[in-house]
Design a protein around this ligand. Structure first.
Ligand SMILES: Cc1cc2nc3c(=O)[nH]c(=O)nc-3n(C[C@H](O)[C@H](O)[C@H](O)COP(=O)(O)OP(=O)(O)OC[C@H]3O[C@@H](n4cnc5c(N)ncnc54)[C@H](O)[C@@H]3O)c2cc1C
Length: 488
């Protein structure tokens, strides 16, 4: 067998997936059909949750140094501001959306992967595969036309919205397609608005958003209602006309660096995995750019599957652990697609009654602290949770399955076991031959426990991807979790 895991696609999802496996000692092969990484205008915002995970890879510092942190979001409807939201005060070391273009994110991940000794093989296209109970036989076409057949233990399809892996698996998309049309351009705005604030102007079915970019530029995004998008090259006239229609008054567009159009269908797959084959990133779900969630969700898919696949590939856990990838990530994708569809509908409202309601009701609703907190947690993916199969948490009370707040450093690739109070006798025996997978940390500061609702002694177990596995239980609870998770 050539390598236990084949990752198809070296976009942000595939690269993050490969890094997660390689840093746990799993031999992984990554192929991409394209000759070179994309330099196209694509995703821009790196969310706080993704930055928290980048901390584990030692990449957050470099990402932050390269990007523009945006904490303020201002939305206008027919010239009237109806939302002014700040991410300041969010319970994260990175309370901002980091504006860093996708090619730079990919470069950071690819460099980390190269440090781990893995090079992306290009152009190598997956053209087919056959799955058997104990292996997957893949067919790969190399750039020189040579066709290679290889056998791998697992195949991870990170091959984007038109995924060959998904098609070959025969996994359908769920629900009706929801089409969106965009024109995007990276350009310089001549206006008096602050650069490090996100602005979006909605006007009777029209939408222009301005994302701050490094180098004093803005990513201008225009959303069109289905059937109303122009065709051909994106021109300065088109951009200026959209800016003039939606405001702010007097703003001028200039110095266009890159521009393009794209159309997406917001959707998610019925299944994230079939046997030894997994789908991650855009291969499994496509969302609107309105929420800026696409790239981030793919990277977070990779973090969810990475530690589990590594544990199974390294013979430390049974294959049953892999089922939780689909059961945890599928509701997250479903919730995101539903949320971004709603946001898109809200931004493209056209009827005067509806837009008036948006202007008048939205400020009242979003003035409530709970609503603001819920919105900002959703925008940053800090509310993603595996607690109850809905994909999210209400943020009121911490529960097993929630993202664990950083009350102290967590281990970058092991489980972190926080022991509040005295270490229970027999702890090491319960961990047994898996002790090396756990970073055991005594916590003696009572305030730390109070913050997460632990009054006295107890165990808190945080998974390698930063989600809570155990909150305040004892040794029996830990033993039950280990049996369930690692059963071979
Ligand atoms: C034009 C455009 C603009 C976008 N703008 C935004 C935005 O503003 N904000 C936002 O959040 N998101 C945006 N997105 C979405 C965002 O880019 C994606 O969510 C993100 O790229 C998903 O990453 P991924 O790794 O899952 O897939 P991709 O980045 O699509 O990577 C898939 C990779 O798989 C490779 N591949 C495909 N088929 C095969 C095969 N058979 N064999 C081998 N390799 C294969 C491809 O070459 C590619 O490198 C945009 C997407 C597009 C296309």
């Amino acid at each position: 067998m050539s390598a236990p895991v084949l990752v198809v696609g070296a976009g942000p999802t595939g690269l993050a997936m490969a890094v997660e496996l390689a840093r746990r000692g799993v031999a992984v092969r990554v192929v991409d059909a394209a000759e070179a990484p994309t330099s196209e205008t694509r995703a821009l915002g790196v969310q706080p949750r993704t930055l928290e995970l980048f901390e584990r890879l030692g990449l957050a510092g470099a990402a932050v140094a390269d990007g523009v942190p945006v904490t303020e979001f201002r939305l206008f409807s027919e010239g009237v501001q109806f939302l002014d939201m700040s991410l300041r005060g969010l319970d994260t070391p990175h309370p901002y959306l980091l504006m860093l273009p996708q090619p730079r994110v990919e470069r950071l991940l690819a460099a980390r992967l190269a440090e781990l000794g893995v090079r992306v093989q290009r152009p190598v296209e997956l053209t087919g595969f056959t799955q058997r109970p104990d292996e997957v036989e893949v067919e790969l076409r190399h750039g020189d036309g040579a066709v290679e057949r290889a056998r791998v233990s697992w195949l991870v399809g990170c091959d984007g919205a038109h995924s060959a892996v998904r098609r070959r698996l025969g996994v359908p998309f769920l629900g009706r397609p929801f089409e969106e049309n965009f024109a995007v351009a990276d350009a310089r705005m001549d206006w008096s608005l602050p650069h490090d604030v996100f602005h979006s102007f909605l006007n009777r079915g029209r939408f222009v958003a301005y994302f701050p970019m490094p180098g004093g530029l803005h990513r201008i995004t225009i959303a069109y209602r289905p059937g109303s998008a122009p065709t051909g090259e994106v021109t300065l006239d088109e951009l200026q006309a959209a800016v003039d229609r939606c405001a702010p008054a007097g703003a001028r567009v200039g110095d266009i660096r890159e521009a393009g159009r794209f159309r997406i269908h917001q959707r998610k797959v019925a299944r994230h995995s079939v046997g030894r084959v997994f789908l991650a990133g855009d291969a499994a779900h496509v969302h609107s750019v309105v929420g800026g969630q696409g790239m981030n969700t793919g990277i977070q898919d990779a973090f969810n599957l990475g530690w589990k696949l590594a544990a199974v590939a390294n013979g430390r856990a049974g294959a049953g652990l892999l089922d939780s990838y689909a059961s945890e990530r599928s509701p997250v994708a479903h919730r995101l697609v539903r949320g971004t569809r709603r946001a898109t509908r809200l931004t493209l409202l056209r009827a005067p009654v509806a837009t008036a309601a948006r202007r008048h009701l939205a400020p009242r609703i979003t003035a409530r602290p709970f609503v603001r907190r819920t919105l900002s947690r959703a925008l940053t993916q800090l509310d993603v949770s595996y607690r109850d199969g809905t994909g999210g948490s209400d943020g009121r009370r911490l529960a097993v399955g929630d993202r664990f707040p950083e009350i102290g450093p967590q281990h970058p690739d092991r489980f972190t076991l926080l022991v509040f109070g005295a270490e229970p006798p027999g702890l090491r025996a319960v961990l047994g031959d898996r002790t090396d997978l756990f970073d055991i940390r005594p916590v003696t500061v009572p305030r730390a426990g109070a913050r997460i609702g632990i009054a006295g002694d107890g165990l808190v177990l945080v998974r390698p991807d930063g989600y809570l596995a155990l909150l305040g239980g004892g040794l029996d609870d830990l033993a039950a979790y280990l049996t369930k998770t690692f059963a071979r």
